[in-house]
Design a protein around this ligand. Structure first.
Ligand code: 13P
Ligand code: SF4
Length: 336
């Protein structure tokens, strides 16, 4: 066992996940459920991971729901089927617990678009501004933040700040511009970051698709570009989009967010049709390459060997927890 673990650690350093062959005859579902019970683990999964992982998770949700679950879980070990910033947030909320991420290289283009040292210099130039950061950022960036937000609570977070107080919003310029529009805040500076998945949708192809499906409603995540949000029938976080498809009278939807969410939409409304919004690229794929690094094999291996696990410096945890706690408090007050 020790040798295997040493070998595993070497594989982990190189590849970001446990590079061990899994017996193809192994019943992964059974093994994952066994490990979950034996080790008192909880599997938290984002809507964007593959459907087989969503189906085996204890909780599937958006970034806010996942953070809330992480904050309240009684499990000894949190297994995060999502991306690095989500697992980091879970670790910040549970410094004493082990938090596992099946693939360490499951990152986020938005988080990458705002390196903390560069942001720190930018922040110094605006000392009177309150910093609101989208949860899709590194723990280091959270230490430079006053309040964290997600797409579900962003409006409430912005509105919790006095109107005359100027705000820096990072890192997503599209969500930031959308918030400016719906809150009427003009004193907001936006960091120039974006999500690679939500900026790939083709306006032209979506309009053509609408012509072919005149009854379909076009729904979009606020990480999409403003020209797409302008033509959307509904704009919301992943949980908001999911709820809308259940409540709307429409039976057909063109969905502009990562395609993983379609699994839940189809399960919750089996009689309705969901069309992934077409992207600009030739492969017609709007998958998040980071979310899709999660697989059943990697999930099983990380639960078996308890690697890769998230490690964060104590001082960073202490400072980064403040803006997350503020976000959770605002969400609680708003009944989210
Ligand atoms: P939400 O699920 O919170 O809407 O976030 C979407 C996203 O891009 C997560 O990476
Ligand atoms: Fe990051 Fe975009 Fe992937 Fe979400 S979908 S994890 S914002 S790259």
């Amino acid at each position: 066992m020790q040798n295997t673990l040493e070998f595993a650690k070497k594989g982990l350093n190189k590849n970001g996940f446990l590079d061990i062959d899994v017996d193809p005859t192994l019943d992964l579902e059974k093994e994952i459920n066994r490990l979950k019970k034996e080790k008192n683990m909880v599997i938290l999964a984002h809507y964007y991971v593959d459907s087989d992982i969503q189906d085996i998770a204890d909780y599937v949700g958006d970034s806010l729901g996942l953070a809330q679950q992480a904050a309240s879980t009684e499990a000894d070990i949190i297994v995060f089927a999502g991306v690095h910033f989500m697992a980091e947030t879970a670790k910040i909320l549970n410094p004493q617990k082990k938090v596992l991420l099946p693939d360490f290289k499951a990152g986020c283009s938005l988080a990458d678009s705002c390196p903390a040292p560069v942001f720190s210099k930018f922040k110094e130039k605006h000392p009177d501004h309150v910093v609101v950061s989208y949860i899709n950022c590194t723990a280091a960036l959270k230490t430079l933040t006053d309040i964290v937000c997600t797409s579900t609570n962003a409006k409430h977070v912005i509105e919790s700040i006095p109107k005359e107080t100027p705000i820096i919003f990072a890192p997503d310029k599209n969500l930031g511009a959308y918030l400016q529009k719906i809150t009427g805040r003009e004193n907001m500076i936006l960091w120039n970051g974006a999500c690679m998945v939500h900026e790939i949708f083709s306006h032209e192809k979506i309009v053509k698709l609408q012509l072919r499906h005149p009854e379909a409603e076009f729904i979009a995540h606020p990480e999409c570009e403003p020209h797409l949000l302008e033509i959307a029938d509904y704009i919301g976080s992943t949980s908001g989009l999911l709820r809308y498809t259940q409540e709307s009278d429409a039976t057909e939807f063109i969905v502009a967010t990562e395609a993983g969410i379609l699994h839940q939409m189809e399960q919750k409304s089996p009689h309705k049709t969901f069309i992934p919004a077409p992207p600009n690229n030739m492969c017609a794929c709007n998958d998040c390459p980071h979310m899709k690094r999660n697989s059943m094999e990697k999930l099983y291996l990380c639960m078996e060997y308890e690697l890769p696990d998230i490690e964060i410096d104590e001082k960073i945890i202490e400072r980064a927890k403040l803006p997350i706690d503020r976000m959770l408090e605002i969400s609680k007050k708003a009944g989210l």
